[in-house]
Design a protein around this ligand. Structure first.
Ligand SMILES: [Zn+2]
Length: 425
């Protein structure tokens, strides 16, 4: 799968102060830093990288982007978001500050239920207008690829509407590359409160075939947890999804371990996401498996939980880790993936190098895209440039708008110095 044919840019990025490719090397190995470097992108793919003194002669004639000593990384990959939604939910943030828990708010009709009722009232055009600036803002943090889930429709036409919004925005060249995921099993909708089995059948018999027929999603995801779907329900849905050719993902072990992590590994899922409450059996399953453990420390932070996923143990046991924002209006209202790098270090115990690998190669692996999250020759020509003196400032000098320019497939999709570009809508 490549984007090069669709939008193949040529660009020669020169005078990079530090070129860092976390896509190379073992997860916990120190990062390799090349000083005074270039990245040459041809037809939207990386043609060569290295020190300026090794610049190939045939790069001459390529449009030049002078990095002016900035730090370059591969474009960051945010592999878990719910970026298409209608209304924001700042009122729930205040309720949580006053002591209400996420589950209490959900029981009172808030949470995902609020977003579902709201989204069902909105047109596809309206959702495109609302989602465009929210997705554009991800590029302000160096993000060039964003996974986006459905799951606020929870009825066939409503889920299709959400995924058509993603498809329309995915065609816009100035936005990050979008990877769509069908999450019909995000929550049990109110109208099925007394018939869980009927909703699972609706997903299996109607929603999944409809999404497949229109090719609207690459992945199918299920929320397997207390208050959501059981392990058996998740298995029924995911086995059908696999038959229809979807890649698989699971939200598991956010609140209690129900065996969703083991199920993800058993089914060869691309990722299992959250893992705050993962148990030893889950860690054993992930150790050395191809299923990526996607950790979402922004969610624990924003829900004011003092529990975090056991990232250090997972990394030591040889699990593949990704960090993502979980951007959504309820439990993680941010597009700032660099903040997750700092959280990965401070809350999860990762090194700076590990955290940067988790938002580049780790995110790409969670989307089964070996051509992203790295700058090896042949990779997608995605580069993020940061105005910092040293790459470690990306974690250390935290919460800042360090990104200076974001390049997708050799095309500049965002620059900090463009008038009016500094603060997202
Ligand atoms: Zn999620």
């Amino acid at each position: 799968m490549t984007d090069a044919a669709a939008s193949g840019g040529d660009l020669l990025i020169t005078d990079i102060g530090q070129l860092v490719d976390p896509g190379k090397g073992a997860f916990s190995a120190p990062l390799e830093v090349v000083g005074d470097a270039f990245v040459w992108i041809r037809h939207g793919r990386v043609a060569a990288t290295g020190p300026m003194v090794d610049l190939p002669g045939d790069a001459t004639g390529t449009p030049v982007f002078d990095a002016g000593g900035q730090v370059a990384l591969p474009g960051l990959v945010d592999s878990h978001t719910h970026a298409v939604f209608g209304a924001t939910r700042e009122h729930e943030f205040e309720q949580r500050l006053a002591g209400a828990s996420y589950e209490e708010i959900a029981e009172q009709g808030g949470g995902i239920g609020f977003s579902v009722r709201d989204l069902r009232t909105r047109s596809e055009d309206e959702l495109v207008l609302l989602s465009r600036p929210r997705l554009a803002a991800a590029a302000h943090f160096g993000v060039t690829t964003v996974e986006v889930k459905s799951g606020y429709g929870l009825a066939t036409e409503q889920e299709l509407k959400m995924l058509r919004v993603v498809a329309r925005l995915a065609a816009e060249p100035k936005l990050p590359r979008l990877v769509p995921t069908f999450l019909g099993a995000h929550a049990l909708p109110a109208e099925f409160a007394n018939d869980r089995a009927a909703f699972v059948r609706l997903i299996v018999d109607e929603m999944l075939p409809a999404v497949a027929t229109e090719s609207l999603a690459e992945f199918c995801d299920v929320f397997c947890d207390r208050g959501a779907f059981t392990r058996d329900e998740a298995e029924t849905i995911l086995r059908q999804a696999a038959k229809l050719g979807f890649g698989l993902k699971i939200h598991a072990d956010e609140f209690v371990p129900l065996g969703g992590t083991q199920l993800a590994v058993e089914l060869g899922a691309a990722s299992v996401d959250h893992l705050v409450a993962v148990d030893e059996a889950g860690i054993d399953a992930l150790a050395g498996s191809d299923t990526v453990a996607t950790l979402l420390p922004g969610t624990s932070f924003f829900l004011r939980l003092d529990r975090h996923a056991p990232a250090r143990e997972l990394a030591n046991r040889g699990a593949n880790l990704a960090l993502a924002t979980d951007f959504n209006p309820g439990t993680s209202m941010t597009q700032n993936l660099l903040l997750m790098v700092t959280f990965g270090c401070c809350f999860l115990g990762l090194t700076v190098g590990e955290a940067l690998r988790a938002v580049t190669r780790g995110g790409a692996m969670a989307l089964r895209r070996s051509d992203l999250g790295t700058l090896i020759p042949g990779a997608g020509g995605d580069v993020a440039l940061f105005g910092v003196p040293d790459y470690r400032h990306l974690a250390y000098h935290y919460g800042m708008g360090h990104c200076a320019a974001t390049i997708k497939s050799g095309e500049v999709i965002w620059r900090q110095d463009e008038p009016g570009s500094r603060f997202p809508a």
